[in-house]
Ligand binder design. Structure first.
Ligand SMILES: [Zn+2]
Length: 134
């Protein structure tokens, strides 16, 4: 694999797909991906791992003063989400009332546009989360 493709995988793929790594030796999951397990060290057997995208709100805060480029969507909620597999991710909550988000709320990953960069013609996406209403 070339340097460029490796970098692409490391930087871009995790943002789109919640791809992390798993230590096959002890079963721990890592996000962002790690190349070595802190517990198993030299015995680590690391493999790519696709997280299921479900979890629950661990902590959250409402952002009322949005940074440049985000004005169109304020106010919004940034939450720390604990994935079902254990790791924590920080992400924006969408498709919900800002006052509706609470600790322990079940959520799932979805894809949303973050910023349309007209200068470069690039539209950036990232994982965001929506409430699970079953
Ligand atoms: Zn391990």
């Amino acid at each position: 694999m070339s340097e460029g493709i490796a970098l692409h995988w490391r930087l871009i793929q995790p943002r789109y797909n919640l791809i992390g790594t798993e230590c096959k030796t002890c079963g721990k999951k890592f996000f962002p991906p790690r190349n070595i397990c802190p517990d198993c060290r030299r015995k680590s057997e690391i493999a790519q791992y696709q997280f299921c995208g479900r979890g629950e709100v661990y902590s959250h805060t409402i952002i009322r003063a949005a940074p440049t480029g985000h004005e169109y969507q304020k106010p919004y909620v940034i939450a720390i989400i604990q994935l079902e597999e254990g790791p924590f991710v920080t992400a924006q909550m969408v498709d919900c009332d800002v006052n509706e988000v609470e600790i322990g709320m079940p959520v799932k990953q979805c894809f949303r546009k973050i910023i349309a960069d007209s200068a470069e013609g690039i539209i950036r996406y990232a994982y965001k989360f929506i409430p699970v209403k079953d």
